[in-house]
Design a protein around this ligand. Structure first.
Ligand code: URA
Length: 425
């Protein structure tokens, strides 16, 4: 059935509901170039302003999945479970979590992305490991899941091509921040990836897409419903993103911190979130009798990490790239670190070269921020609170200004915020 794009836009502009046939047609016609970018921009804006009901969101997601291939992981003998984070600052959880859950007996088919703006991307982080490659064919991906149980790689071009086109358009038309569009975008890719179960880490706070708990809960609820409607066991955690996760923000620095976690160390919040998410993932595939904290302590996850990195050409023993420029943010007074703003530090890391402004920009492996002090820790005037690293000295002054403004020191500590805010599932 064929429609007029203008009629479809008018229905949503005037607050109506789109029919199944209209949704199927417009997503397919846009993917094929029959509906023009300017028409889809208008429709995306109408959706952002008017919303979509649950049935429309489910149909829109199904149409995006149908625009490409759905991976078949039936040759993988273990139960499959993946994790998706909606994006944060210092969020290196995937790096240690993927081998940990594999070491516990599940297979983790992790298709990841690159960073854009202030949030980092898992592939950019892993590419700081000499030799590591992000691209795997569908056959290599399935083989690695069979052999090791863990693979982190970039999504092939065949997966939800409608989303790839639409996401790029939303990025330049002010239509990213729509819960129906975000939920359908994330879930179409995760469902097409072929995972049997999914745990969502929905970030809330200054460094996240979702600034309020209510919006984050609504996004989580929508995604959990979409997963279930497509036969994927899905649960979501709402987690704090007002403060960066851990002590490192960047690429190589985050890999090093994840390796520290695998070696039994690392910051408390990174270890806590890794173990909590691992428990959820194992529970989702019926492996609740395995204790991920114990598996981590036994060093088994480190063995899986090394095998996973080697399988993709990386050398887990090679030194990570080091920066040529270093600058420090120092405490101006004696006191306690009251807060370290995730958005400010994310932007500082981005300015230092750890992130990109446009999709095609390169990133610096060595650039980033290392927090020497976290909220609640005491400082004396002159102590280093944060260390900035870059390859290019011209990048340092703007980052120093942002990082300095992100750190608040007071005489009394604020009560700590819980890392895990809610669970939906
Ligand atoms: N991540 C996605 O994949 N899609 C969105 O719309 C937002 C974040």
């Amino acid at each position: 059935m064929s429609f007029s794009a203008v009629d479809v836009i008018r229905v949503k502009r005037d607050g109506g509901g789109l029919s199944d046939a209209q949704i199927d047609w417009v997503v397919d016609a846009y993917t094929k170039g029959v509906v023009a970018d300017e028409q889809m921009s208008a429709l995306a804006m109408a959706i952002l302003l008017r919303g979509m009901n649950d049935h429309e969101i489910a149909r829109w997601t199904a149409a995006m999945i149908a625009s490409g291939e759905r991976l078949d992981l039936s040759s993988v003998p273990r139960p499959t479970v993946d994790k998706h984070s909606t994006g944060g600052v210092g969020d290196k959880i995937t790096l240690a979590l993927t081998p940990l859950v594999a070491a516990c007996g599940a297979a983790v088919p992790q298709l990841s992305g690159r960073g854009l703006g202030h949030t980092g991307g898992t592939l950019d982080k892993l590419e700081s490991i000499p030799g590591w490659r992000a691209a795997l064919s569908n056959e290599e991906f399935a083989a690695q899941l069979r052999d090791i149980g863990a693979a982190i790689c970039q999504a092939g071009l065949g997966l939800a091509p409608a989303d790839r086109k639409l996401y790029a358009l939303r990025d330049v038309t002010g239509t990213v921040e729509s819960i129906p569009l975000i939920a359908s975008s994330i879930m179409s890719k995760k469902i097409a990836e072929g995972t049997g179960a999914l745990v969502l880490d929905v970030k809330v706070g200054s460094g996240a897409f979702m600034k309020s708990v209510d919006h984050a809960r609504e996004l989580a609820r929508t995604m959990v419903e979409l997963g279930r409607a497509h036969g994927v066991t899905t649960v979501a955690l709402l987690t704090d993103m007002n403060t960066p996760l851990g002590r490192t923000i960047g690429n190589a620095v985050e890999v090093q911190e994840a390796v520290d976690v695998l070696a039994g160390g690392g910051p408390d919040d990174v270890v806590e979130l890794t173990v909590v998410l691992a428990r959820e993932m194992l529970g989702a595939v019926g492996l609740d009798d395995i204790d991920p904290a114990q598996v981590l302590a036994q060093g088994k996850a480190m063995d899986t990490w090394r095998a996973m990195i080697r399988a993709q050409g990386g050398d887990p023993d090679a030194p990570l790239p080091a920066a040529t420029e270093t600058e420090f943010v120092r405490a101006p007074v004696n006191g306690v670190v009251e807060s370290v703003d995730a958005m400010g530090i994310g932007l500082a890391a981005w300015r230092l070269g750890a992130g990109r402004a446009r999709k095609e920009d390169p990133v610096s492996a060595a650039a980033g921020v290392v927090l020497h002090k976290r909220p609640g820790e005491r400082v004396s005037a002159g102590d280093v609170v944060a260390e900035l690293r870059a390859d290019d000295p011209a990048r340092v002054p703007a980052a120093l200004e942002l990082a300095t403004a992100a750190v608040v020191i007071d005489t009394l500590p604020l009560p700590g915020r819980p890392l895990i805010i809610d669970r939906i599932g």
